[in-house]
Design a protein around this ligand. Sequence first.
Ligand SMILES: Cc1cc2nc3c(=O)[nH]c(=O)nc-3n(C[C@H](O)[C@H](O)[C@H](O)COP(=O)(O)OP(=O)(O)OC[C@H]3O[C@@H](n4cnc5c(N)ncnc54)[C@H](O)[C@@H]3O)c2cc1C
Ligand SMILES: CC(C)=CCC/C(C)=C/CC/C(C)=C/CSC[C@H](N)C(=O)O
Length: 479
Amino acid sequence: RGEQRGAPGRIAVVGGGIGGSAAAYFLRQKFGRGVRIEVLEREAVGGRLATLEVEGEGYEAGGSILHPLNLHMKHFVKELGLSAAPVSGSLAGIYNGEEFVFEESSWYIINVLKLLWRYGLNPLRMYMWVEDILDKFMRIYRYQTHDYTFSSNERLLHALGGNDFTRMLNQTIDEAMQKASFSHKFINEVVCPTMRDYYGQGVNINGFVGAVSLAGAESGLWSVKGGNKLVCTGLIYASKAEVISGTVLSIEPKTRPRSTGDPVNLYQVTYNTMAGVTGDTYDIVVIAAPLNSKIANITFKNFNPPVPEFSSPYHQIIVTFVHGRLNTSFFGYRDPSAFRFGAIFTTENPKLFINSLGVVSPVEKKGEGGKLPTQLAVWKVFSGEALTKEQLGLLFSSYDSVKVKKWLAYPHYSPPEKCPPIVLHDKLYYLNGIEWAASAMEMSAIAAKNAALLAYHRWYGNAEMIDQEDLYEKLKTEL
Ligand SMILES: Cc1cc2nc3c(=O)[nH]c(=O)nc-3n(C[C@H](O)[C@H](O)[C@H](O)COP(=O)(O)OP(=O)(O)OC[C@H]3O[C@@H](n4cnc5c(N)ncnc54)[C@H](O)[C@@H]3O)c2cc1C
Ligand SMILES: CC(C)=CCC/C(C)=C/CC/C(C)=C/CSC[C@H](N)C(=O)O
């Protein structure tokens, strides 16, 4: 047990996205009512969870879908009195730039036969492969329920899936699936389009984020009625944290004398507000924004040893909402009435200027069933670069409104991957390193709980709760 027993006075959370708002919520749970928690946010609470208005209705422009086993997000929705709505699926087609290599049917049995015919047992084996990974991944909830925490992302992943999980960070999903004897055809025509849709990158992304994408293609997906960002505002409200509108510029360690005479270690956080540059001191700081010069460009002053620089790039994604009619002949269908796909995925082809496109429903009408693709509908197009007028003209036979959102969306994955540290300094924690394993809402929530538990156990010197080996076996016998 350590020397510091009194509760901390003030905690700063930098960033009000799902990571920061969940951190505020879990920090409140752990440290209790006495601590003052401030969330410093430079833009809107929600961060990469945001809606965009098209034709008077809101649509998810950032993080949109959740897995049925994303248990933190499920718990938040229940706790905050929000509603989960199923993501309505449309018929999917996989387009290779010349033709559709796979066309989903509305008949389940036809799909099974088509998949078997083209890919043999690959789809079934993939399902089992992903379930095995998901099973191990689910161990995190048990560890966190028992208050255990990890001081690095690698240790966290190792505690879930041993060397198999850490190895997945060092190889591409292509290599991982080839080693598991999946066919090239299946990887190129089914796995790659999923990666392109979800992470805007092909099968060269790391095996772990690849497996997360494949889990994200399972059934039972859902989203939050009214918009996923409602979870962030709800969590901040529930945590009774104060939101300060400002851009954090720098963080610096300071030692101040206490009234008792002993020195106390604090962090000076300097931020820019509408009223000018100001700042405050905090006992604990949690950074819940990507430390990248193009995103949260924070200077760490006078740290010894210095806080390392994280220069790895984030991947640009452009989300374009188009209210219009699809030009089905672009996809080789001269007769629009024969075109039934409301979700189009693409294989790797340099000629293609889009990653995917699909018909979407407004956040208030989630779960009500989508429009037919040939009707006037709102299409959500994912691409690496902004679409030109000419490209929009190729994709749509007519359209009346276009809304664009540009994101530095998620890490540009390039294995072997090393996740940035969680502990940047004594009581300075960083959540977004986990994104280098996989970027998803639930991953940020897991990182937030892990950081809150870590901050708590390190503050009170509970070393036995941190980085425990063989937790899975230990907790099995604890039942
Ligand atoms: C287009 C898109 C689609 C996605 N789809 C899905 C999906 O379907 N399912 C899923 O699970 N995930 C999805 N994701 C990923 C998911 O949205 C992110 O992993 C998650 O939202 C990250 O949350 P975060 O709180 O960690 O970071 P952010 O949401 O980025 O939050 C960081 C916050 O910090 C603020 N900030 C940054 N710098 C500073 C500073 N210096 N001072 C003060 N504030 C600062 C930012 O304004 C931001 O609000 C998607 C992401 C994108 C972009
Ligand atoms: C963390 C675990 C175990 C599962 C998460 C699975 C999941 C829901 C992954 C989705 C990740 C993601 C970045 C999706 C982006 S785009 C999705 C789609 N094109 C859309 O916008 O609807």
